[in-house]
Each structure stands twice: as C-alpha cells, then as structure tokens.
Design a protein around this ligand. Structure first.
Ligand SMILES: [Zn+2]
Ligand SMILES: [Zn+2]
Length: 115
C-alpha cells in the first residue's frame, strides 16, 4: 500500500520510530508525519508448510543405502541364504500399514513379507 502526503502529494516513507515499536509515515519533502499502528510492509518471509508425506522416504530404490539397513534372519526363497536386509516402505495412505521388504545378503534377491 502506497500513501501520499495530503499536503504536497509526495509519496510517504514508512519509518520506525527510535526506541519504539511505533511506525510512522513521513513525507521527505514537507515533513508531514502520520503515525501508523502497524507496518504496512509486505510480508517478506513466508513459512512454507511442508506436507508430511514429503518426508516419507521410500528406501529400496538406491542400493547403496542397503548397507546401513539392519539384517534379519530370514530364509531367502531363491538361494536359501538365512540373512537378509530388512526395511519398511510406508504407503502414502496413513490407513495402510507399511510393507516389509527383504533383500538377500548373498544373492541380492528382493522379496516382501506376505501376511
Ligand atoms: Zn509533504
Ligand atoms: Zn538369496
């Protein structure tokens, strides 16, 4: 919002009073001054709301991340190995439970838990 001086028509400048939280509109030409209740400055910082679903990271697509995954004792249906990495993939819908995935440490075969 731009306000103009009622005396000379100059554009008023918003100034903050010293040692005060009050603001005033000042005319640089004739010295007109008008106190304003709140700054008419545009909001410079806007808080961006981050949707919760953006935080859900689907692991399993990147192989290098598997190194940090916990290992569980489960039989690989392909090679019979008894160790597999385990991770969970959370579905986007909050109602559905997450699905557990396993990846054989020996042959790399990925399989999921069937309930
Ligand atoms: Zn003026
Ligand atoms: Zn295997």
């Amino acid at each position: 919002m731009i306000e103009f001086c009622p005396n000379c028509g100059m554009r008023l400048t918003l100034r903050r009073k010293k040692d005060s939280k009050e603001y005033c509109l000042v005319c640089a030409k004739c010295g007109y001054e008008r106190q304003v209740e709140a700054p008419i400055l545009p909001a410079s910082k806007r808080v961006t709301e981050v949707k919760q679903e953006d935080y859900i990271v689907v692991i399993g697509e990147r192989e290098q991340k598997l190194k940090t995954l916990p290992v569980i004792t489960i039989e690989c249906p392909k090679c019979g190995n008894n160790l597999a990495y385990v991770w969970q993939v959370q579905t986007r819908s909050a109602d559905e439970s997450s699905t557990q995935f396993f990846r054989c440490t020996k042959c790399g075969y990925t399989f999921r838990e069937y309930s």
